[in-house]
Design a protein around this ligand. Sequence first.
Ligand code: ADP
Ligand code: MG
Ligand code: MG
Length: 920
Amino acid sequence: MARPQAKAARPTPRSAPRFVYAFGAGRTDGRAGMKELLGGKGANLAEMSRLGLPVPPGFTISTAVCTYYYAHGRTYPPALRAQVSDGLARVERALGRRFGDPANPLLVSVRSGARASMPGMMDTILNLGLNDRTVEGLIAQSGNARFAYDSYRRFVQMYGDVVLGLKPETKEEEDPFEVVLQAKKRARGVTLDTELDADALRELVAEFKALIRTRRGVDFPEEPQEQLWGAIGAVFGSWMNERAIVYRRLNEIPESWGTAVTVQAMVFGNMGPDSGTGVAFTRDAATGENVFYGEFLMNAQGEDVVAGTRTPLPLAELERENAAAYAELGKVRRTLERHYRDMMDIEFTIQQRRLYMLQCRVGKRTAFAAIRIAGDMVRERLISTDEAVLRVEPEQLNQLLRPIFDDGEKRAAVAERRQVARGLNAGPGAASGRVVFHADDAIAGAERGQPVILVRIETSPEDIGGMNAAQGILTARGGMTSHAALVARQMGKVCVAGCEPLEIDYRAREMRVAGRDLVIKEGDYLSLDGSTGEVFIGQIATTPSEVVRVLVDRSLAPADAPVYQLYAQLMKWADKARRLGVRANADQPDQCANAIAFGAEGVGLCRTEHMFFGEGKIEPVRAMILATTADERRAALAKLLPLQRADFDGIFREMGARPVTIRTLDPPLHEFLPQDEAGQREVADSLGMPLERVKARVAALHEFNPMLGFRGCRLGIVYPEITEMQARAIFEAAANVRRDGIRVEPEIMIPLVGHVKELERQADVVRRVAGEVMRETETRFRYLVGTMIEVPRGALTAHEIARVAEFFSFGTNDLTQTALGVSRDDAGRFLVPYVAEFAIYEHDPFESVDREGVGELMRIALEKGRRTSPKLKIGICGEHGGDPATIAFCDELGLDYVSCSPFRVPIARLAAARAALRRV
Ligand code: ADP
Ligand code: MG
Ligand code: MG
């Protein structure tokens, strides 16, 4: 058959499409770029053959056949049989052996391989083609009966399992073949498989076959062609096995991709002490160190290395066993790295001192290894700095920022059964501390210098102080975008959310774990692994992240921090490549300092209401809410003014010349009042008013749907004095700071605007106050007034709003709620199955922006806004601003910046760079 590119020149003998792609022994049809068709394994075997590496010849049946197979009731395209025969005949000619020939048999492996690697998820069969006659031929070929029967018993075992379905039927049952094998070893008085002689192995073949007959009611097929097609069918069938389906779901691999099947001539690592098999990484996959790292076993085949029955040896020892093979493997390592320009994961086999390559793929690695390898490869001139940026997944950076549990200690905790439950890995990192159930206890604990873990059924804005004081946060309810998860990410806190098995009793100050006879009391130690969601009893020692020690704690000098240096270098390359600006959502000076340390270029969202929960502020806020007249309200606001001004002063000084976007009051007022009687009595006492009045006000503020209620700019329009006070606090602080020679440019942002008239009214207040403050303080400062685009009407009328707004910022949390008509706080019950089970949305729309719906509103708003005002500054400040997929979308749309929590700023910088590089 002709190669694809030669088709025009030479007529192909058949008109049927090509399903079979040859590799090795003089002709290779595929290449690395053909993973869609040949799967990763098939494509890379072809590529290695092209590179002239020693690959046993074979052919790959394409994924198109898998698609056909499932579309046609598990049958094959008619042209396949002839193409497989041709492929096999070519291998036979190349090796001078025939498939099924009793005198000189060719044996093959039948291997699965999807586009994305699915390690161990599908099945491979080795030594196919053996039967009672061809085994004699293999003995004649090799002069080694023990080897021949070892191969035969492995084949019957694998075929019996994978194709004929003889597997353990319950979790408790041992592998039936292993039971027979163990019995044989016992009968022969040996412990290792390798100690069984040819006779014992021949008996095993017969016993395995008998076992298959009694347990499965079928005869083991002696006919090699029948074996081959049985194996091919089993590999295609394995695409739909339970394990593969679950793996695909977890890794977001589409079912439609299908698997390819590779049929390849066998080479034998079990031919004696001068043969073996192994796996290796061309660099250390954990640390990234440029050392050859791997394991091997002599006199072994295939899975023996990972099966754990015999302990494999470190690769370095291969040099002693077989210096020539080791040297050749070193050459292969260099060839592959130069060619793929990446760290590779390889499988090899040595047959009687000769090296063969059986697989290669780009190696999986930790974040530490990823940045180190990328940096080293730039220096080695293998890749450009842009490529280095593309080599590190943004989310991986989390690993570099979080404190981590000491590996040995964590393993010990697992061994001691101290793992009690598992929730969502909402805030990565590791934390140990004493359990408290109330925010004020967390604060008190922290003041005593005690590490605490704040455990709540769920958290609310009132808990912020306690969350800030805690080492880690654990909640029983709520998802990845719950209040606890959101705040934890902004604070950079370790958080395990939605840990359903916890039964928390606030009154008794204790919790139980469903299904375990266990009570955890206040003061007991608990450890959270926020990267995995695991919860442990007791303490586990942690190691702080180098990057955080250098940037945030300043307890480590950059020169003493190799990981930090690699991080800093990567970020420099990323900053060079990105177009989008990156800001942070920060409400306090310390958060601003963190944001700057992580490279934020401004504050994209300062939520003024978070300040209200600070020291001494909640009382005047409550007095303001409980006021019945405008005068009373003004008096309360007057008390609040200096406190807010001080907050902004601190933020401006921290941020210097960087822009700071401040949102005016947004949440519904009832959030600032206690809902329980005891709390209400406290408020009444402290403000010297009757309890009844507090109760009546709380009742009056009750809303059926607060998310769509009296909140956002609606508050400032009905009570303009609130906006007035906030604007005054901002501008007075700006004037103060300006007088100290610091250039500030506050951006006042009005929330929840749907109609231009709403913005007009609020902008009038803000601009009037700005003028007043400039006159009173005799200073001039620049400022902007803009709006959030977070309700559909605002997006659809953006051309009108842009007449007044000097900037837009997409509030994609609310925009998602209002566009989808979904209340985030009530969405858990259906949104989880919507994504996981019904695939209605590909991702949780509160984590990654729904491009077709919410994204379309963003596009409309951007286009209409910029039509009115071409230079309109546009950003995003919803939680989505830290999501790499959303960042790529914002880059595509042409936003000016994204804003996210401080600890996600490095991730956003990297994601923005990768988006820009991918677009060109
Ligand atoms: P997986 O995808 O599970 O790694 P593979 O197809 O790579 O499955 O095969 C499993 C094992 O068998 C690997 O160790 C591989 O190197 C080995 N193997 C596969 N094909 C051959 C062959 N033709 N000769 C020798 N060993 C092979
Ligand atoms: Mg493999
Ligand atoms: Mg909002």
